[in-house]
Ligand binder design. Structure first.
Ligand SMILES: [Zn+2]
Length: 393
């Protein structure tokens, strides 16, 4: 978010402008200046840019407000040169909800295009797309075409475009989520590949750029789905760290620094008689060192507002809550006693280990050409081994 400028908020959702958006403004200004050889005409095109900008924000609000209807909040909306991005707090696991949230954005652009078409019809009736080459006079016609293009581009069935999500949601109604994501990601990457080849052959750098963007987006999306597939149905106990450093309520900042430097832990639970009373994060510790004496007790600076979980809680719920609260460490509590720590890093390790073992099991079975039951059995057994290994770490 550092490279983005906050330009406002709509119903509590912050709207940010990424610095690269200014490149788009410069490119459009340059294009019209070259076309018309006049600064005045180029400045007139700024009205069009402002219009496009508003339409992109409305597109993202289409997603955000549809999501809100399903009880999903939106963290922020950021505008990039090739479109906006609404960061939802989570993706609903019901495919049809995701479908409607994805469709919500392009639907807004189609609605705007229809309204503009009616306005143009009542006015001069000039619908020719050539209006795009001479802005200023025909801003409304230009905007209508741009909205149609925005709706069409976003409905391409490729991640991270809305069409990719629509495709995944439709696939997910008949297969499991991770598999649907893989399929949709492969379709997206194949399309990115075609865009790339076509862009290179036609010397079109914008197309090559879009191809790269789509390729990376598809990859990220499939990784997230893998995360979700592995955390679903797993108890917190399987992913928690059981060997970690703690601080006593009477420990000083100096003790905390020693523990921070001696090991790899970043966040320390502050413990009194075996119960967690606070959480000291690395950032707070560093901040405290510049504000307090080194012999100040950790209890004065430790965070008392944190959430805990129990070992039997479902990992996917807790993982989602950690992402929503932007929290990297959660104490796992058994009754009143501290039993372990759940860290994002460790969940990541569990997933890496499990997926490596699963790949190996599947390959081994393919080589031996045995039936499906063996694949499932081997993957299951190896899962247990992976969990054991992670718990020890
Ligand atoms: Zn969208």
């Amino acid at each position: 978010m550092k490279r983005s400028l906050k330009i406002g908020a709509v119903s509590g959702i912050g709207i940010f402008l990424h610095w690269t958006f200014l490149l788009l403004v410069a490119a459009i200004f340059g294009y019209y200046y070259v076309q018309s050889q006049s600064v005045g005409a180029a400045i007139a095109s700024m009205g069009l840019i402002l219009g496009v900008f508003v339409c992109v924000v409305l597109h993202e609000l289409g997603h955000a407000l549809t999501a809100r209807r399903f009880g999903v909040g939106t963290r922020s909306i950021t505008l990039y040169p090739i479109g906006g991005l609404a960061r939802l707090q989570r993706i609903p696991s019901e495919p049809m909800k995701e479908f409607w949230i994805a469709v919500g954005g392009p639907a807004v652009n189609l609605a705007i295009a229809v309204v503009l078409a009616l306005v143009v019809l009542v006015g001069d009736g000039m619908f020719a797309p050539t209006a795009l080459q001479a802005p200023g006079g025909n801003t409304l016609t230009s905007l209508m075409w741009i909205n149609l293009a925005l709706a069409g581009f976003n409905l391409l069935p490729a991640f991270p475009m809305d069409g990719g999500r629509v495709l995944r949601a439709l696939l997910a109604t008949r297969q499991d989520y991770a598999q649907a994501t893989q399929t949709a990601a492969h379709v997206g990457q194949a399309m990115a590949f075609l865009f790339g080849i076509f862009g290179l052959l036609s010397f079109n750098p914008i197309l090559v750029f879009i191809a790269l963007f789509v390729y990376v987006g598809a990859q990220q999306e499939s990784q997230q789905a893998v995360y979700r597939a592995f955390t679903e149905g797993t108890p917190v106990r399987q992913a928690m760290v059981t060997r970690f450093a703690t601080l006593d309520v009477d420990d000083t900042l100096d003790d905390a620094v020693n523990k921070l430097l001696a090991g790899t832990d970043h966040d320390f639970p502050v413990v009194q008689d075996g119960a967690v009373v606070g959480l000291l994060r690395r950032k707070q510790l560093i901040q405290a060192l510049s504000d307090h004496d080194r012999d100040a007790p950790v209890r004065t600076v430790a965070d008392r507002e944190f959430f805990t979980t129990d070992p039997g809680a479902p990992l996917d719920d807790v993982f989602q809550r950690m992402n929503e609260a932007d929290c990297s460490t959660v104490p796992v509590v058994n009754g009143t006693q501290l039993a372990g720590l759940l860290t994002l890093e460790n969940v990541g390790e569990l997933i890496m280990v499990s997926s490596a073992l699963k790949t190996r099991a599947t390959r081994a079975v393919k080589r031996a050409d045995v039936n499906d039951d063996t694949v499932r059995r081997m993957a299951g057994e190896d899962d247990a081994a992976a969990t054991g290994a992670t718990q020890e770490s």
